[in-house]
Design a protein around this ligand. Structure first.
Ligand code: F3S
Length: 392
């Protein structure tokens, strides 16, 4: 891989150890994937934040990296969800030791120059690249969204490579950064109108079939931005989809050379929705906001529970920024008066909910339905908000 003189100097340690280690990661990746060079990025999204997933080894690695003095790039960078609500972990009953270590992890990222807003929907809070920008994102649902809906260009980065890219401000030029690797060949034609939850089931079906391929969709109705967020998450979790195109909707939908087509029926959607639940019992915790809830989704929840008393526990997961807007709009009060809570920074998959006394988790996200049994070892109920939340 070609390196400029400045990049050579960075890799030789002339800019300090943190820069050298970060360059090592980028060069190793570039050589494995035969990148021609490094390319400047405008944005990074860094995963590997929850103490549940990176543990003590991850915390030590980050604190060591953050102990060196260096100059971080000016790239707009955000963090993925953490394992707790960072400010209110005691109120919500998160385990003490876990929470202390979680805050140390986020502090280390802050020292490394990363914006410590923890969310998987950075595109809702100002980390929004432009069409055709090169970026380095490492949350699979956000990767799928930024490639497909915004038309920026990223590979499915891992946490360390996204962090290295954020520090250096560059990423190796290969894979989805190249136009010729962004062409869809398999078309999925959906012959039924989709409700919001159905986009999760659709993504789950197609992700399973296509793996890491690029699907092309023909839909009967126009998806909202929330629907695209849901679809992106499901495609990226049941398969390894990083990019999709939707006819007449997404910016690069004309990048296709269709070789085959598959029809998705209403029955396929219904069957998938039923099969994702692991129990018929009611959930003891309903956890919404996967990917992290938008203000419109919080509004819908607030008006649904307004003036009633919720029987099961309700968490709505979002970023601290969207929560602030919800506070101002009065939605937070409506949800809290009904007995629910808005949690910032975390989610049902990366939080240690299995250690917090819950057994059955209600979700309206196919990605969460896919991961809660495997990552938390708990039963899951996948359904609409209106079916999951029970009232006294
Ligand atoms: Fe985000 Fe957690 Fe879902 S990271 S996409 S809310 S599993």
């Amino acid at each position: 891989m070609y390196l400029t003189q400045e990049e050579e100097d960075m890799s030789n340690g002339e800019y300090g150890e943190t820069i050298r280690k970060s360059m090592d990661i980028l060069i190793a990746l570039g050589e494995i994937y035969e990148a021609s060079s490094l390319v400047d990025i405008s944005s990074a999204q860094v995963s590997g934040v929850s103490y549940k997933t990176i543990g003590d080894a991850g915390l030590e690695y980050l604190e060591d990296l953050a102990s060196d003095k260096f100059e971080c790039s000016n790239v707009n960078s955000t963090l993925n969800p953490a394992g707790t609500d960072l400010d209110n972990w005691e109120t919500f009953g998160f385990p003490h030791d876990f929470s202390i270590k979680q805050n140390k992890i986020v502090d280390a990222y802050g020292k490394l120059g990363i914006n410590t807003t923890c969310t998987c929907t950075p595109y809702l809070i100002g980390n929004v690249p432009k069409f055709k920008d090169h970026v380095a994102w490492s949350e699979s649902s956000a990767v799928c969204y930024v490639n497909s809906v915004i038309g920026a260009r990223t590979n499915r980065e891992g946490g360390p490579s996204a962090l290295a890219a954020a520090i250096i401000g560059k990423t190796p030029m290969y894979g989805y950064h190249l136009y010729e690797n962004r062409i869809a060949t398999l078309s999925f034609e959906v012959n039924t109108n989709l409700k919001p939850i159905d986009y999760g089931s659709l993504g789950y079906i197609v992700g399973k079939q296509i793996g890491s391929g690029i699907p092309y969709f023909k839909l009967k109705n126009n998806p909202s931005n929330n629907d695209l967020k849901t679809l992106s998450a499901a495609l990226a979790s049941s398969g390894a989809v990083a990019l999709y195109h939707i006819e007449d909707i997404t910016p690069e939908y004309e990048n296709c050379e269709i070789e085959d087509k598959i029809t998705i029926s209403e029955n396929d959607i219904i069957e998938t929705k039923e099969n994702l639940s692991t129990t018929d019992k009611d959930p003891d915790l309903v956890c919404l906001g996967c990917p992290h809830a938008s203000l419109e989704e919080i509004k819908e929840i607030a008006y649904f529970v307004n003036g009633k008393t919720i029987k099961n526990e309700l968490w709505v997961c979002t970023s601290i920024n969207i929560k602030a807007a919800s506070d101002r709009m009065g939605y937070t009060k409506m949800i809290e008066k009904a007995g629910g809570h808005i949690l910032c920074d975390t989610c049902m998959v990366v939080a240690p909910i299995e250690d917090m006394g819950y057994e059955r988790i209600g979700v309206n996200s196919a990605k969460a339905a896919n991961y809660v049994p495997s990552m938390c070892g708990l039963d899951v109920i996948y359904n609409d908000l209106t079916e999951l939340v029970k009232f006294v």
